[in-house]
Design a protein around this ligand. Structure first.
Ligand SMILES: C[S@@+](CC[C@H](N)C(=O)[O-])C[C@H]1O[C@@H](n2cnc3c(N)ncnc32)[C@H](O)[C@@H]1O
Length: 238
């Protein structure tokens, strides 16, 4: 299954994303498109008071429910229509799922509505350049590998969309695979592909902070000066 054995992309993402997670103690947190609950489990272990995982796939949620005693904290719902009170959550993560959302404007507004002002949202996905080289996240269900249809969103588009949906950008960076992932290539018999794989940005990661602007489900039509915002960001080439 997808996250039973760590694949290089998941390992790389975890290595860079973990340091961006704020203290979890007493926080109400949301794992958006949680899949098998890979991040939800970590957030709860880090001390979150309440951890909720949302996914539209009953099959993924069934696996998440077997992993830890959180079955009643998993919601089958669509990220385009979240079933939560506005401004309830202190933190949210959306990992390797943006490219499954055809319309980022809808989901970014839903995420903003669910979060309190000042709350962080961390997102990650396969980097568009890696997609262009044919890299994909895939699910393995028993013997069958299932590839999910994806819509590749350029990083600048992701940034622009979240900025116009009530978020400020705190970090935005892309990362190639590195030495820590080499062992995983070797273990899967693909060691010969490692060097060339390292030449492509593999994942992009962004940390946004919910600001105080009002966000409605219909959109607020704010115009964002992307160049000014990029000057303020930390991190590396996007
Ligand atoms: C590649 S998996 C990532 C799972 C998990 N976030 C992780 O990183 O381990 C993408 C997940 O997005 C879910 N998904 C896709 N579109 C969705 C939507 N509109 N609402 C909720 N979940 C969705 C899929 O069911 C799948 O579990």
């Amino acid at each position: 299954m997808y996250d039973v054995s760590l694949n290089p992309l998941l390992a790389l993402e975890e290595r860079h994303l973990l340091p961006l997670i704020p203290p979890m103690k007493n926080k109400a947190v949301l794992d958006l498109a949680c899949g098998t609950g890979r991040w939800l489990k970590k957030l709860v272990e880090l001390g979150a008071r309440l951890g909720i995982g949302v996914d539209c796939s009953a099959a993924m949620l069934r696996i998440a429910a077997t992993k830890f005693a959180m079955a009643h904290h998993l919601a089958r719902a669509d990220c385009t229509q979240l079933p939560f009170r506005a401004g309830f959550f202190d933190f949210a993560i959306c990992s390797f799922a943006l490219s499954h959302f055809p319309d980022l404007s809808v989901v970014s507004r839903e995420f903003a509505i669910a979060l309190k002002p000042g709350a962080d949202l961390v997102v990650s996905d396969v980097h568009p350049e890696a997609y262009a080289r044919g890299w994909r996240t895939a699910f393995r269900d028993g013997r069958t590998a299932v590839e999910i249809r994806t819509v590749v969103h350029p990083s600048r588009k992701v940034l622009k969309q979240f900025l116009s949906s009530g978020f400020d950008c705190c970090d935005l960076f892309s990362e190639p695979l590195g030495e820590p992932e080499k062992t995983l290539f070797l273990q899967s018999g693909r060691g010969h592909l490692f060097q060339s794989a390292c030449e492509t940005p593999a994942v992009f990661i962004a940390r946004f902070r919910r600001n105080r602007s009002h966000v409605s489900r219909e959109g607020n039509g704010d115009i964002i000066d992307l160049n000014r915002t990029l000057e303020c960001r930390t991190g590396k080439r996007v």
